[in-house]
Design a protein around this ligand. Sequence first.
Ligand SMILES: [Zn+2]
Length: 342
Amino acid sequence: MKVFFDERQLGHAPDTYFRRGAAMPHPEQPQRAEILRDMLAGEGFAIAAPRDHGLDPIKAVHNPDYVDFLPHAHARFVASAGPDALAIPTMHPGLRRGKEPRDIHGQMGWWMTDTSTPLTENTWDAAYWSAQTAIETAEAVLSGARAAYALCRPPGHHAMRDCANGFCFFNNACIAAHHLTSKFKRVALIDVDVHTGNGSLDILYERGDIFFCSLHPDPATYPTFYLGHADETGEGAGLGASLNVLLEQGASQDDVLSALDTALAAIGEFAPDALVVSLGFDMAADDPLAAVAVYPDGFAEMARRLAALNLPTALVQEGGYLGPSLADNARAFLTTFREATT
Ligand SMILES: [Zn+2]
């Protein structure tokens, strides 16, 4: 199984964000990727760096104006607010009527929905190479690989067409899925990160050629990402091509695997030609953001069932934070997927 990662993804190192009324340490740390990278090397995966595929594959799923805003945003913020200020927006346009302002602070609120995507000096490089890693993985699948894994960081599945959200800047999984449609007529994207793939839902909601399904606790309460409710099934050409499978908070591993079977049955009905997996490990029982209880053997079983779809597959890393079992969960999933696809 081919594996891709670029060291420039480690450059995004946010210290702090605001949550529940307090500034707190940001969980999306470079160390996450270092742990996964070192585990992969220890398991004998050959890790390759992605080529540079440019901005076009990113702009194919994101608003080009949003993409063009990001490269210079941090420098402009520092020029305005000074080097010690937190590059986090503090105003937002609500329902987004109006126009993009020219002022950097207003623009940050225009293109970023919350406080969880602080800009740092190297954020652009990290997000850019995270997306390139996903594109390279899709390229490997387009070239005939049965399976390939993108060690993406920052993650992507909360990023919407027009904005950063929930630690995410570019929706790497949607970029990979769209890239695959150059060859595969029908693609399925399944999101097994514990959080709703609200960004993917936003981007794919009116597409009939990419089926999207996400497993997550009710977004009305955990945590509030606004999208991902059971009655959101797509619109227009995409009607029926979105599926949200809701879990109880505290769901057991068996509950999660049962929900996975529901999603896999729906994917089977869609009859895709290729698969993308938004692969989070934050369903782990000991994840710092834990909401359900999956253990390494559960991640291995998820890998077995996903591989049994027998589809060319791009695995795209999403969440999974600095809990004690992060490496064990990733090892269980990825070595099982490798064995099942070779
Ligand atoms: Zn997550």
